[in-house]
Each structure stands twice: as C-alpha cells, then as structure tokens.
Ligand binder design. Sequence first.
Ligand code: PA5
Length: 447
Amino acid sequence: MIKVDISKIQGFIPCNAIKALEQEIKDSILMLEKGNGAGNDFIGWMNLASGMDAGLLDSIEDAARVLRDNCEVVIVAGIGGSYLGSRAVIEALSNSFGQLIQDSKNPQILFAGHNISEDYLYELTEYIKGKKFGVINISKSGTTTETALAFRLLKKQCEDQRGKDVARKVIVAITDAKRGAARVCADKEGYRSFIIPDNVGGRFSVLTPVGLLPIAVAGFDIRQLVKGAADMEARTTSKVAYADNPAAIYAAARNALYRSGKKIEILVNFQPKLHYLSEWWKQLYGESEGKENKGIFPASVDFSTDLHSMGQWIQEGERTIFETVISVEKVQHSVLVPSDDENLDGLNFLAGKHVDEVNKMAELGTQLAHVDGGVPNIRITIPELSEYWIGQLIYMFEKACGISGYVLGVNPFNQPGVEAYKKNMFALLNKPGYEEESKAILARIGK
Ligand code: PA5
C-alpha cells in the first residue's frame, strides 16, 4: 500500500487542524465527483483509469510496436503536461545509465520541444543524423511555439533522412480531435494520431495517449500503470473514510501547513530516478494552485545529493517550508558494502550492509534533523518503483491536487497566467495579429 504518514507535522499545526479540515476535504471530493466545482469541464482525468477503453490500449500498444520495430531513437516532442508525465514514468522505471546502453530491444527515448535553445536543437539534430529515428509530436492546442518549432525541424529531417513513406510510418501525432496545427498536419500527411480528450488538461494527461504512448515505446507495461491508477481511484473516492484516503490526508496536511504559514513545499526523493517525477509534480501543483495571489510554492530536491547543496538552507533558513518525502521501500538491485583490510576510509563499520540500508538511515537521520530544525515532514511510502505503484502514486497526487485546489478556493484546472509571456514574445517577434501589442511593448522597452 502507498502510505501517507503525517505524524511529523504535529507541533507545527494546531492540534485539531487535520480533523477541522475534514468537512472541507469531503466537500471538495464530492465537488470533483459531482462535477459541480470550478473548472468542471476539465475533470475527465478523474476516471481515465477505471474507464479505460481496452481498444485504446490495444491501439497504443500497436503504435508503440511500429515505432519500436522501426526506430533506434524516438523523440517525444512536447512541453509541460505534454511531456513531463511520460518523462517522469520513463525515468523512474529505466536503468540509470539507459541513455548510454546500446539496447537493441528498446529504442532510446529523447525529448524535444520543451525549450527554445538553438544549441539543444543543433546537438539533437546532429545526434540523430544517420540514425533511424521517429517522432511523437504531442500538443493539445497544436500551436505551442516550443513544440511546433522542434517538430518543424524533426519532420523535415525525418523525411529527408528516411523518405516520406517511412516518415509517415514513424511520426505519430497526439493532439486535439479537430483543432490546431498538429491536427491539420497529421490529417494532411496521413500520420497515425491519437486524441487528447477535451476534458483533460495537459498536466492531468499522463493516463491518456500523451503519457501512455511514449511509456509503451520505452518498453514499459502501460496496463499495469493504468491498473495502479484505477486501484488508487477506488481508494480515494468519497466512499472511503477520511483517515483511510491517502489523497484526502495529503491534501489536508499540506493545507493545514499552508494555513500555519508554511508557504513552500519541497518534494524530496532519495532515489535519483524520481527527479522527473518531481518535475511533473511541480507542474501539477504549480499550475493548479498558483493563482489569485495564493498557493503553496512547489519546489524539489534530490537527496542525499542536494543535502550537500540545499541542506544548509533547509536546516536553518527561513522557516516557511515543509517537506514531502517520497520513500521507496524496496530497491531493485543488491549492492553490499565490501570489507577492506586497510579501512583507510573508516567504512568497515558498514561492511556487509546493503547500500540501501545506508540510504534509509540517511533518510531517517535527515527527517529527524529537519523536524528538529523546524521543518514539518510528510512521508509518502511507495513499495517499489514499478509501473503499478507509479500508477497509484500519480493518481494519488492528481486527486490530492484537485482536492487541494478547491480547499484553497481556486479553479485548479485552468492556467490563465501561462499566456502572459507568450503574448509579449509574439509581440516582440512581430507575429501577425500582434501589431498593437508590438507597438505597446516596443514603447515600453524604449525602442
Ligand atoms: O498543463 C498544461 O495545460 C500546460 O502545461 C500544457 O500542457 C503545455 O503548455 C503544452 O500545451 P500544448 O499541449 O497545448 O502544446
């Protein structure tokens, strides 16, 4: 079972705070279930797993097979919710050195379309020169500049390098059913395509083809991922008692801490494979809660690595933070600390122990030190890094995010603030249709 331990936040919140939030949390869950809360046209993610169409899974697996059979490298082009979910799952489940291992079974998965770096795009296009590569082009709007720009380059290179007929086979589009440039292009070129449901926003889309196709291409079991999510869906409904609902308790704990002045939540892992899960989580919570001048700021660290960089701040900096630790109970491999006759490093006291035992003591020692230092600690335990448990964790975070947003009093399913930079960038680049904004912005910067 995934467990949420909030015993180490006591003392930082009023003693009845979790109980006092019970009704608000229950009301929020009911709003999600009845679909009568803000943003209710974007709650399709709630039942994606339990309502998964078996035909869709077959079709995703078939598309994955075509890419796996015809590509050494598959590039996932997407940004924000259109790439972070798949990257989080793929990195959590992959060999740490997977990118360096020539593995004939699995194509290398690379990501693009999530930045506007000329050097990144140059180095990527150089790397895939002469390689059999394919592209999964993911954009719900079909108009996102970062993704469209990368796709323009990759499409041309794929057609030039592999010929139009093969390119048609190894380029897949995941986009809106009717609207947007990615849809028009896919239909015109005859690409295989998948639809992002209208009622699922980008950051909640990992259990749609957006996440599932890249994960399947990487060789992971998407059925287990979906099963895990469906099982967590059942564990987090309004029928489950408050104290037994991990999403409810996590949402209650973080809101109680926020109301007690803890404005920053740091997601902590002790497994570097979880780095991108934190990136996905930051988008999920950041875009859902950060509005109307409210919201917990989501941050993340990889321990024990970052104990040697951020540890000082966390131990003794401004006391506005709390930590949520994802603790993985069972690791996949076994490495024992060897004994050494000379014992120059003084580590013989660890000889014969598993490295993970040392890691777990670092985790416990850190928790105790940080709580002593005034940092409340929520601990989420996951049995192991497998498709099934990652599926559970993803759904738990999504559900808790929807609940938290409602408790905070915002619409957790929109992201109006994301448009501001785009408007300025288009005006500065003289995009047709932005003439008025161009004039205004040039005057503002004195040009
Ligand atoms: O969560 C969101 O809605 C955003 O992060 C989007 O996923 C991101 O901006 C990419 O948008 P699109 O899929 O339309 O290219």
